[in-house]
Every structure is written in structure tokens, then in C-alpha cells.
Design a protein around this ligand. Structure first.
Ligand SMILES: [Fe+2]
Length: 564
């Protein structure tokens, strides 16, 4: 029997299926539609699951939606209706979109599969975040669960505890529009980056500036009481605009071209100020969670937790014993949390428990083998193709990877990646700017064996677990500067991934790479900027041709693209 969780309609839609017996399948709608961050009802994912698992009412235990549909719609509506004339654009938009949202979740499901109504379950938004976090750990009662996002069901911050009998208690909540997540997104918009995508860019940009606007921002957001001065914003009254003229009076002109040096410096200072306010706010929120719960271990979820610079800086304050941020702390990962909610509802005394970030389908489960042979030629000369791959990497080749099960979360962790030698500055720059077409101020991330981490990096041990999925930054040691300076950000940090699993191909490639004289690879996701990560072999072929990458390592060998 399968448990299914769905997150959809607002952020990148995703579906998770598990039988709690080793069969797991996490999918994102963007993988099929090829629309980055696709938030539509994930009909393509569900069709894939129906076909692959012969899904029908009889073998489905439950389908759980990650929040309560009407509540989500109503909470935002009820805030804006308090001032109907001033907020009329937003209200008209919200009413018009009534029938496009999650209210019709059951109808949307039943267009694809006839499921009896008693199998449909609704979790709540922040609880789904929290229960994804709990699926990654064993001793659930040791932790306090903190969620912070833009908004979900009218809530913007929540604190939960779970006892040994799996009783969940919400101990504190903050409400819309008092949202540090929406403030950071508004700054993202102001600086000319896309909301929900550009927050990573603001985080990278912040390292180039100084927080000279921190006092102005503290007037806008109270970092102790977590309240916002709504006069600086328009997200509550205008669906197309996040900030008001009052914010422009503070920061000047929005959407400037940052390729001009003066604009870059100014925007870096704004980004730096927003980053500092975010970190101060989260510092106070975590302290509040620790004080209210008496727990010193923290699971942090919600879209705000994707800010890995914040995680790193929070760890330096030594206020918690441990902090774990799951690999997909935003709404996409909540499909797993929703599944966990339904599982707990039925079992009463058990939760799902995963000790891996690779919960996506195996590549061989996605593709037919004949397709591979139409597009690719196997070129390894021996059975040790990890060694042959490493030899090419050391010679300056950029090589894609497409093996094993897919990763959960926005970061490719080896199984759907592009690698190059991190000590080769020319290749690293080519990969970043020409192949991936990323912003020049965004550094690429390194990956290395766990055993080599301390040689090059330092980190507070309280956040070390997050290195397995690039969930935090760490500090570069002097030894890194000698050979690997091209992967170090301007502030001396790196978004490093460590690899521990000796059976993984990434481990074997790194082990061979080390024998060839280099310890660190660059690991970036297998996509061009603004495109979703590759999913099937068609995507692999098309993207390799577009990016001019010739070689890809798969489960059973090293392949070269054919000319067709
Ligand atoms: Fe959320």
C-alpha cells in the first residue's frame, strides 16, 4: 500500500510516494513540464506514478495534501478585506484565482485517479514542513522544530515539539503579514531578481557589501517582536508589486543595472543589510524556540532555511547544540512531510524515517535503455569507469553525471551534476559563466570526501550534518587558497558538500581523483541557469549539446554524446 503526499499550486509542485518498505519516489512537476518552479497541479508526476506503480484506489492507503486548502486562501483574503478599497487589485486577483487553487485538490486528483474521499487527508502548511524535518532524525523528542517561510495558511513562523508518543504540540506562531521571508523576497524583487529564485543571488551578493542600511531595515522589521511595518510593502494590495514608494524613499531606485560598478556596490550594501536583518531575526527566533521548549537541538524548515549563509552565521553564535536543515526545507519538500503526516495519522505511533537525500527515482526507472543507445556511445575501455572519468577530469574536462536515484531539494549532490577539477581556474570559470551561465558573483560549490574536509575547511560541529547536502556554508582554511581559490567566495566561505557513502559513484570518482593528485571537484547542478535539472535521457542529451559537454558518467559506464 502506498502513502502519497502532494505539495502544489503556490511554489514548485512535488509529489512523494512511499510504501514505507524501501520503495520511495519523490518527483517535481518541473522535471516533466520543463518549466522551472512549475507550481501547477502535478498531473504529470501523478500520471508517471500511476503508470510505474499501477496506482489505483485499492493500493493507495492515503493521499495527503500539504496544507488546508480553504484556510490558506482565506487567511490572506481576510487580511486584505480589512481595507477593501486600498487593496482592491489584490482582492479581485485573489477572487479570480479562487478556482485555480488548492480548493479543488480533490477534483484535480479525481480527474487522474478514482480515489475514495476517505483516503484524502489534509495536513497543515507549517506542520508539513516540520514533519519533513522529523523524517531525517531518530530521536524526535530531542529537537525543537522551527519553521519560517514567506507565508503558509496565514502563518509565517512556527515552533513545535514532538514527544516520544508522537504527540505534536505547536508552542508559538507568528502571523501574516509579519514575515521576514516576505521582507527578504521583497528585497530580492527590489534588486531586480526573481522572487523564489533570486534569493540565492541576494545571499551571494550580500558578501560584497556592508550592512549600511541595517538601522533603516530595523525600523521596517522589528527583529525582537517579529513585526513588519506594512507601509513599506504592497504584496498585500497588489499582486504584481511587492514594495511601496516608501521603500524606494529609503533605498532609492529599484531594478538598476548591477553590471555598473556604482549600482553593484549600492545593491550589495542593500543585500548585506537584508542578510544581517534576516540573521538577527532568526537568531532571536531560534533563541525563543530554545527558551520555550527547553531543547537545544533544532530542526529548521521553511523557505527561509534555504539561506545557507544564515545557517553558517547562526552556528557561530553558539546558541544551539545542533541545527539540521533538511535538503529541501521549502514547500517542495513538504510533499514528504505531508506523507509523514498521513502515515502518523494512521499508525498513531510511528513516523516515516529516511536517512538519505536520494529519495527520487533511479535513472533506470525513468528511462528505457534503447533511448540511451540512440543518443550516447559507451567509451570506457575498462570496467573501472570511475577511474577513467577521474583521469578525464584531471585533464580539464567538464563531465556530467547521471546515475543512481535523484536528489530531493534544489541542489544536485552528485547523481545529477556537472563536475570539473576545482583546482583548474580556467575550467571552473568556463563552467560557471559559459556553460551554466550563472551570475559572475555566484561561486560554484566544491565536493570532496568526508575524510579530507578538515584539511581544507572549518565549521562549527553543530551544523556539520548539513554538509551532506550543501545545506550550509563553511570557512576556507589557508590550505584551500593555495590550490583551490576559484571556489572560495569573496567572504572566505564555500558551500561545500562532503561525500561519505563508499558505494556511491561520486565517492569512487573522488577517490580516484584523489589518487591523481587533486582532492576537490566542483559540483554544480545539471542544468543551464533558469532551466530545471535534467530528468530523462532526452533532457540529458539536449542539455549536453546546449552546454557543449561531451561526456556523461552513468550507472554502468562513461558515455559520449552521438552526433545525430
Ligand atoms: Fe512554506
Amino acid at each position: 500500500m502506498f502513502y502519497i503526499g502532494i505539495s502544489a499550486y503556490y511554489h514548485e509542485s512535488s509529489v512523494f510516494l512511499t510504501d514505507n518498505n524501501g520503495t520511495n519516489c519523490f518527483l517535481k512537476e518541473e522535471s516533466f513540464s520543463r518549466i522551472k518552479g512549475d507550481k501547477n497541479f502535478p498531473q504529470r508526476c501523478i500520471k508517471f506514478l500511476i503508470k510505474k506503480f499501477d496506482l489505483k484506489n485499492e493500493n493507495i492507503k492515503s493521499i495527503c495534501f500539504y496544507e488546508k486548502p480553504f484556510r490558506s486562501w482565506w487567511e490572506i483574503f481576510s487580511y486584505s478585506i480589512k481595507n477593501p478599497l486600498q487593496n482592491k487589485d489584490f482582492l479581485i486577483h485573489h477572487l479570480k484565482n479562487f478556482n485555480k487553487g488548492s480548493i479543488f485538490f480533490y477534483t484535480d486528483i479525481n480527474k487522474l485517479i478514482n480515489v475514495s474521499r476517505d483516503k484524502i487527508v489534509y495536513s497543515s502548511h507549517h506542520l508539513s514542513h516540520c514533519l519533513y524535518g522529523s523524517s531525517l532524525i531518530k530521536n524526535i523528542s530531542d529537537y525543537v522544530y522551527v519553521t519560517c517561510d514567506g507565508v503558509g495558511e496565514g502563518e509565517t513562523m512556527s515552533i513545535y515539539t514532538i514527544n516520544d508518543e508522537y504527540k505534536i504540540k505547536k508552542i508559538w506562531t507568528n502571523f501574516y503579514p509579519n514575515s521576514i521571508g516576505l521582507l527578504y523576497s521583497t528585497i530580492t524583487d527590489f534588486l531586480g531578481f526573481e522572487i523564489n529564485e533570486g534569493e540565492f543571488k541576494v545571499m551571494s551578493l550580500s558578501s560584497f557589501g556592508n550592512p549600511i542600511y541595517k538601522n533603516e531595515l530595523k525600523e521596517i522589521f522589528d527583529i525582537y517582536n517579529f513585526t513588519i511595518d506594512i507601509d513599506y510593502f504592497e504584496f498585500h494590495k497588489n499582486p504584481a508589486k511587492s514594495f511601496s514608494k516608501k521603500l524606494c524613499d529609503v533605498f532609492g531606485e529599484p531594478y538598476l543595472n548591477i553590471t555598473e560598478e556604482a549600482n553593484f556596490k549600492k545593491y550589495a550594501n542593500i543585500a548585506s543589510s537584508a542578510q544581517l536583518i534576516l540573521e538577527n531575526t532568526m537568531d532571536n527566533l531560534i533563541q525563543k524556540a530554545i527558551n520555550l521548549s527547553g531543547k537545544t537541538k533544532v530542526i529548521l524548515t521553511g523557505g527561509v532555511a534555504l539561506n545557507c549563509k544564515m545557517i553558517h552565521n547562526l552556528s557561530k553564535k553558539n546558541i544551539f547544540e545542533e541545527m539540521i536543515v533538511p535538503p529541501s526545507p521549502g514547500d517542495s519538500g513538504s510533499a514528504i512531510g505531508a506523507t509523514n503526516f498521513a502515515f502518523l495519522e494512521q499508525s498513531k505511533s510511528k513516523m516515516l524515517d529516511f536517512n538519505t537525500v536520494f529519495l527520487g527515482p533511479q535513472k533506470k526507472f525513468i528511462n528505457k535503455i534503447e533511448i540511451r543507445d540512440n543518443f550516447f556511445t559507451k567509451i570506457n575501455l575498462t570496467s573501472d569507469f570511475a577511474k577513467e572519468t577521474s583521469a578525464k577530469l584531471i585533464k580539464g574536462e567538464i563531465i556530467a553525471s547521471y546515475y543512481g536515484p535523484n536528489e530531493v531539494g534544489p541542489r544536485s549532490l552528485g547523481n545529477t551534476s556537472i563536475f570539473c577539477d576545482a583546482s583548474n581556474r580556467e575550467t571552473v570559470n568556463k563552467l560557471n559563466l559559459k556553460v551554466k551561465k550563472r551570475e559572475y558573483f555566484q561561486p560554484l560549490a566544491p565536493v570532496l570526501l568526508e575524510e579530507d574536509f578538515e584539511k581544507y575547511f572549518s565549521i562549527n560541529k553543530s551544523i556539520v550534518k548539513n554538509l551532506e547536502w550543501m545545506g550550509t556554508l563553511c570557512d576556507a582554511k589557508e590550505e584551500l587558497y593555495d590550490k583551490y581559490s576559484s571556489i572560495i567566495h569573496v567572504d572566505g566561505t564555500c558551500r561545500t558538500q562532503i561525500v561519505k557513502d563508499e558505494h556511491s559513484l561520486t565517492y569512487k570518482i573522488l577517490k580516484n581523483f584523489k589518487e591523481n593528485g587533486s582532492d576537490i571537484l566542483v559540483n554544480t547542478s545539471f542544468n543551464i541557469s533558469k532551466d530545471p535539472v535534467v530528468f530523462d535521457l532526452y533532457d540529458v542529451y539536449v542539455n549536453m549539446k546546449r552546454m557543449n559537454i561531451n561526456f556523461v558518467i552513468m550507472d554502468d559506464g562513461l558515455y559520449q554524446t552521438k552526433d545525430i
